[in-house]
Design a protein around this ligand. Structure first.
Ligand code: ADP
Length: 496
């Protein structure tokens, strides 16, 4: 007995040494190959033009808090010029062009994105704070794949919707958030072009750079002037797009509050609308799950990418019989996560996108503690400069806690346990959101049972956060409506 105890404490010691003592050598991605200007103008009618407003704002690197460039701040007049350019391009060139010619341009954009993938990935990480591993291996390739995929549909719409004579809508106004700046631009622009629409897109104010790089690529591709226009600015610029009378469709990804406002603003108009809003996904682990694989999936679902994912698995439900094991493994894994320089290839958790977002996350940590949930944070070092937060678990949370109900958009996981499948379905569904969910079990029938009962647009089984241009994505309830990706992603840009 004594020997066993000794061995165990030795093992424990070794484990702790293992977790705390080693460090990877820094391995930062090179930045000398990227081309960035000090100032960016608006991309309207195929050219970079100064804003009518005469105003600019600074975009920073959230990991260093240093300014990267000055960005034009578009006002209503600028938006109007962009919409007029899009309308003219729609009437004069794009709607008249044979679909197979349209496809060639979309395909060319995809190829150019691939050629400049490294530059795009580095800029994405510099401007958004996400680890280079994510932007290099996920965001940029997926963005290019969306263009490849929708290029394929452009001349096959008659087959996608047989006997329904699909027609484009006209000018699409598209507003995107800061968590996947280039990927969201691709999700929105590629299907709009494939279906014959023209575009006015507004990136988020904190992450405009890769959208502006995409504008350069679009210019290089020879896409006819005015087919894609990119206007930068804040909420007011987005609102000017939403309120513009000559916009036929609004596609919005962002917060539920702004989504609700847009829904009100477009009510009573003939603008078509799709909204992809917040989420509070449940990741559910049953006792028969492959536990190590599930723990890795949970970590991927909420901690990689700083939890800056609307479909992040921010709630964890563990079946009671394996709760201790899963929580211990999660705590151990948390200690190995590296928080720091987004450009370092070893980094798991990069910078929080903005000071305001960091403040919001820290506020939620206080709210969780005030609600008496048990907080556990990793002991890792975090950089002194820049916006960083340690990965955090909240144990023993209740369904009524705000940290279990509200979207935090940070590396914070609220954990509950459950006994029966009915109980977990009830708890998982009992929130205002319904974007995504995850289920971990060895049992196929249980997966089918859950996927039909969870009110979530996407349910991953024994994996998490996997995306593909061919599969649709979108929400239930306050997570929005309409689907992006796949065949479904064409529909919001067509009338029949
Ligand atoms: P997040 O909380 O993810 O920043 P927001 O909904 O505030 O989400 O922002 C998402 C996008 O919507 C950004 O491009 C932002 O500038 C834009 N936006 C913010 N307010 C409005 C508004 N009232 N109308 C249209 N777009 C807006």
């Amino acid at each position: 007995m004594k020997i066993e105890e000794n061995n165990m404490s030795k093992q424990k010691e070794n484990k702790l040494t293992f977790f705390t003592d080693w460090k990877y050598a820094p391995s930062p991605e090179a930045t000398d190959h990227i081309r960035l200007q000090n100032q960016y103008e608006l991309f309207i009618n195929g050219k970079f033009v100064k804003p009518n407003s005469g105003k600019y704002f600074e975009t920073i690197n959230p990991a260093t808090e240093k300014t990267i460039a000055r960005i034009a701040d578009a006002n209503e007049k600028d938006v109007d010029t962009a919409v007029k350019a899009a309308r003219q391009a729609y009437n004069k060139t794009w709607r008249k062009m044979p679909a197979k010619e349209r496809a060639k341009y979309i395909f060319r954009i995809a190829r150019l994105m691939q050629e400049r993938a490294r530059e795009l990935a580095v800029i994405e990480s510099m401007n958004g704070g996400k680890p280079i591993r994510e932007s290099r291996d996920i965001d940029v390739p997926l963005a290019a794949n969306h263009f490849f995929y929708y290029a394929g549909w452009a001349d096959k719409l008659e087959y996608a919707f047989p006997n329904r004579s699909p027609k484009p809508l006209g000018v699409a106004g598209q507003i995107i958030p800061w968590n996947f700046p280039l990927l969201m631009a691709a999700w929105k622009i590629a299907p709009a072009l494939a279906t014959g629409n023209t575009v006015v897109l507004k990136p988020a104010e904190t992450t405009p750079l890769t959208a502006l790089k995409l504008a350069e690529i679009i210019q290089e591709s020879g896409l006819p002037d005015g087919v894609v226009n990119i206007v930068t600015g804040f909420g007011a610029t987005g609102a000017a797009i939403v309120n513009h009378k000559d916009v036929d469709k609004i596609a919005f990804t962002g917060s539920t509050n702004v989504g609700k406002w847009i829904q009100k603003a477009t009510a009573g108009t003939d603008k078509k609308l799709t909204l992809e809003l917040g989420g509070k996904a449940a990741n559910i682990i049953f006792e028969d799950a492959p536990i190590n694989q599930a723990v890795e999936g949970i970590v991927n679902g909420i901690f990689f990418n700083q939890g800056h994912v609307c479909c992040a698995g921010s709630r964890l439900f563990i079946q009671e019989s394996v709760a201790d094991e899963v929580i211990q493994k999660l705590k151990d894994r948390l200690e190995t996560l590296i928080v720091g320089d987004p450009l370092d290839k070893n980094t798991d958790i990069g910078a929080i996108n903005s000071k305001a977002q960091l403040q919001k996350i820290n506020d939620y940590l206080k709210i969780g503690k005030a609600d008496e949930a048990e907080m556990y944070q990793s002991n890792c070092e975090i950089p002194k400069k820049g916006f960083f937060v340690r990965p955090t678990l909240f144990l023993n949370t209740a369904q009524s806690h705000r940290i279990s109900q509200e979207e935090i958009f940070g590396p914070v996981l609220a954990i509950q346990t459950f006994r029966t499948i009915e109980e977990v379905i009830e708890k998982a569904n009992n929130i205002p959101y319904g974007l995504s969910a995850g289920v971990w079990t060895d049992k196929g029938s249980r997966i089918f049972n859950l996927t039909s009962k969870l009110r979530a647009g996407v349910v991953w089984a024994n994996t998490y956060n996997k995306f593909d241009p061919t599969s649709p994505f979108g929400g239930y309830k306050e997570s929005g409506f309409g689907r992006e990706g796949g065949l479904h992603g064409l529909m919001p840009y067509l009338k029949f």
